[in-house]
Design a protein around this ligand. Structure first.
Ligand code: DSN
Length: 438
């Protein structure tokens, strides 16, 4: 039995406990070192607070709570009931929604549950194509969603030299809605840097008698902060993940009307999932409260300002920014103007070696495969949490350009790696050490 001195920090506590498993402890230590010494630009990642991580690591991991508060299939759920009720109430208040389900283990089951609540297998759903910025669960043939439902896809307008193109093609959405008569229209994307207007989608859905779902996985934090138009009250169902811009634990949630609440709840349980992860739900509750604070509004504004600064600085380095820039927390970089030979795959790998973490991504109408790609997706949510501002975004843009320009030059990569380390020391995501868990 490990003895933990009273007054130990969470980091010391976890470290001491994990002395019983040196193999896993060593892996976690490596991951902490990686997160603290490299720049995190993956648009779907963030650094949660110590409070969120503490709740995630809590005793609720040991509790079965199948069902919903007040209607569980197991005993001993007084605390789990209260925790889940607090999380639901905070989610409703944060987004101004009538009903919240906080049980989805992730965004994918949240989306599938929304489909289950709104349509029947075989029904037609209109959603954004994956290679235009959509998501696998928006009907990709390799996703169960694409096997269960008949998806029809819309995309973005052609690229324009003045940056006014590569926006959601609402003419196409309207025309496909009229000809295909979908039962459901889905808005939302994983690689789209512009505002998504829920009002226009609602109007089109109403015209053809379709339901409307908004997948807010990426902009959820911006929506909570009033920095992206809210789909709540316009969409029949809003799904989101809690770990991206919202800065909570890894998980999903669903918002809907009081009327649709029962259908959504039944779709999650017993339709799709078993026991809810009440420790994660406790952490979601913590994150919802954090996102309701005034500091979070400032944070969301800075995330967007940083993304704009990063886009502008990369553009000055000769990169083409898809859609001419960004309104949110992410940008898509088309590498072909900078270097026609450079693929997203190579760029991701070489940046990784220099300590800059991001992911390759197809750009609209990409001639290369999803595995190779011609683009990179960059996001500012994580490094904004670590305290970086627009000045640091300019530095990062110049480091990215140096690495990609001289990618065969090991000395240059090492020089950049060393600058990255210095930057990370100045902007430590776990400054007190407490959040680092070990
Ligand atoms: N993996 C998430 C993202 O990176 O956007 C979506 O599935």
């Amino acid at each position: 039995m490990t003895t933990i001195p009273v007054g130990s920090s969470l980091a010391e506590f976890v470290s001491a406990v994990l002395s019983s498993d040196p193999e896993v402890r060593e892996l976690l230590e490596r991951e902490v070192r990686r997160q603290r010494s490299t720049i995190q630009l993956i648009a779907s990642e963030n650094f949660t607070s110590t409070a969120v991580m503490a709740a995630s690591a809590s005793v609720l991991t040991n509790k079965y709570a199948e069902g919903y508060p007040g209607r569980r299939y197991y005993g001993g759920n007084a605390v789990a009931d209260e925790v889940e009720e607090v999380a639901r109430e905070r989610a409703r208040a944060l987004f101004g929604a009538e009903h919240a389900n906080v049980q989805p283990h992730a965004g994918a089951p949240a989306n599938l549950a929304a489909y289950m609540a709104l349509v029947e297998p075989g029904d037609t759903i209109l959603a954004m194509r994956l290679d235009q910025g959509g998501h696998l669960t928006h009907g990709s043939p390799v996703s169960v969603t694409g096997k269960l439902y008949r998806f029809v896809a819309y995309g973005v307008t052609p690229a324009a030299a003045d940056g006014s193109g590569e926006r959601i093609d609402f003419d196409q959405v309207r025309q496909l809605a009229r000809t295909e008569r979908p039962k459901l229209i889905v808005a939302g994307a994983t690689a789209y840097s512009r505002t998504i207007d829920p009002g226009t989608f609602r109007e089109i859905a109403d015209e053809v008698g379709a339901s409307f779902m908004f997948d807010a996985a990426h902009p959820a934090g911006l929506i909570a902060a009033g920095e992206h138009p809210s789909p709540v009250g316009l969409a029949d169902v809003v799904t989101f993940t809690t770990h991206k811009t919202l800065r909570g634990p890894r998980g999903g949630a669903i918002l809907t009307s009081a009327e649709l609440g029962k259908a959504v709840d039944s779709a999650i349980f017993p339709g799709l999932q078993g026991g809810p992860l009440e420790h994660t739900i406790a952490a979601k509750a913590v994150a919802f409260a954090e996102a309701a604070r005034p500091e979070f509004k400032e944070y969301a504004k800075t995330v967007k300002a940083n993304a704009r600064a990063l886009a502008a600085a990369l553009s000055s380095e000769g990169f083409r920014i898809v859609a001419g820039g960004t309104d949110n927390h992410l940008l898509l970089v088309d590498l072909r103007d900078f270097d026609p030979e450079l693929t997203g795959k190579t760029a991701q790998e070489v940046l990784d070696r220099a300590g800059i973490t991001c992911n390759r991504n197809q750009i609209p109408d990409d001639p290369r495969s999803p595995f190779v790609t011609s683009g990179l997706r960059l996001g500012t949510a994580a490094e904004t949490t670590a305290g970086m501002g627009e000045g640091e975004m300019e530095v990062i843009a110049s480091l990215i350009a140096r690495v990609l320009r001289r990618r065969e030059d090991e000395a240059e990569l090492e020089a950049v790696r060393s600058q990255v380390r210095q930057l990370c020391e100045a902007f430590d995501p776990y400054p007190s050490g407490a959040g680092a868990l070990i």
